[in-house]
Design a protein around this ligand. Sequence first.
Ligand SMILES: [Zn+2]
Length: 461
Amino acid sequence: MPILCFTMSPSAHVAVTSAELDEAVELLQGLVRIDTTNPPGNEGKAAEYLKACFENNGIDCDVIGEPRRENAVAKIRGEKERPRLLFLSHTDVVPTANVGTWEHPPFSGEIEGNWVYGRGACDDKFDAAAQAMALILLKRRNIQLNGTLLYASVSDEEVNGRGADWLTSKARSNVASEYVVGEGGGPPIEIGSKKAYKISTGEKGLVWLKLTAKGKAGHGAVPTLADNANIKMAKAFQNLSSLKTKITLLEDVASEIKMVVTGLFGEEQGSELIKSHLNARALDELLDRIASKNREVAEGLRSLTRMTISPNVIHGGTETNVIPGICEGKVDIRLIPGQDNNDAIRTVNECVKGLDMEVDAYQYSAVSISPSNTSFYYAIHSTLTELAPGCLTLPQISAGMSDSRFWRKLGSVVYGCVPLSPETKLADISPGVHGPNERIDIPSLKFGTEFLCNLTPRILS
Ligand SMILES: [Zn+2]
């Protein structure tokens, strides 16, 4: 980890004017109007669009990657090539069909009130637009940088991460960077009277397992002669879903819990609860108490304290009168730091013992994490508290996955944090992400852009 001491009072505060905000909104609308539904993606069109936006502002941008699935990579070189700070986002979006009714056509980019509507408005064309606008404004204001500011908006994040994989393996020298600001952050959560921004410092690992239950096929009229594979799978699913996996309290997660408990229960009761309950034995009881006040926060925290096992797919049987001799199941397992695919397979094998079942892993992604005690984290914290006085920041391990793992593999410190406006509520945003009526509010576009503009000189001056 490179050690740098970032300046704590950057020379000039960058504020986004209303004309520039209109420009950012138009940039975002233009991106939303390009259908990059993945599959098939066709993100090359979005990359070309971003290249035009950059080049109109005198910033170099390459469109590189697999045919039709190219990535946009832009660059502002400061006095020296290093260090580098990379803004990372993705241009692909999840499908719009079968998710519910859209009040605004999903690729319209329509504005109603303070909101821009459309698939990708939040995930993740908001980041792509705010980050692009930050480069444009830093260039326009001629802000002197010591190192290099990079921008990559990549394809295929929602499915396989092929864009990020391509860039970090085939164009590594173009995108390798000491510091990366990627997808994540979102609106602040309310903890008692305080607002706290989550900074994603890491992501749980993932193992997808296929289970095959073997029995003996037979006629439905004489069930005792056969051995029904579906029943075995049902038992396995029952065992897996009720399994209590080992609780581990990681340092970042423990500090997050402390902050939440103090916010929800006040200083006095909070510190009593922390003293008596912040240990593996009493943790679930503490999380239940948090859940009685904020279930979403409590269950998010619970998932960060253990391996989670979610058996989600069953394929078994063909006809009502045929007893199936084989049944297949699929299980989604998420790992915490210190665990790997072998731990997942061992845990599941233990759980299905005696059920005559094969267990195979078909997808694995290791835990990906950056330390939270860095100057880079502190620069993010300082920038946020300057823009939203009194807010807290919470280092957070995400239960989901993003492209940040590809850069962590290169040795970058990556944080997920493009923050939304302090007034924006999670409940106004989250139903649209991967659901219908996805949207982002215009004040967040301003806030996110200003955050990035003011963070950059702290890292690169
Ligand atoms: Zn995303």
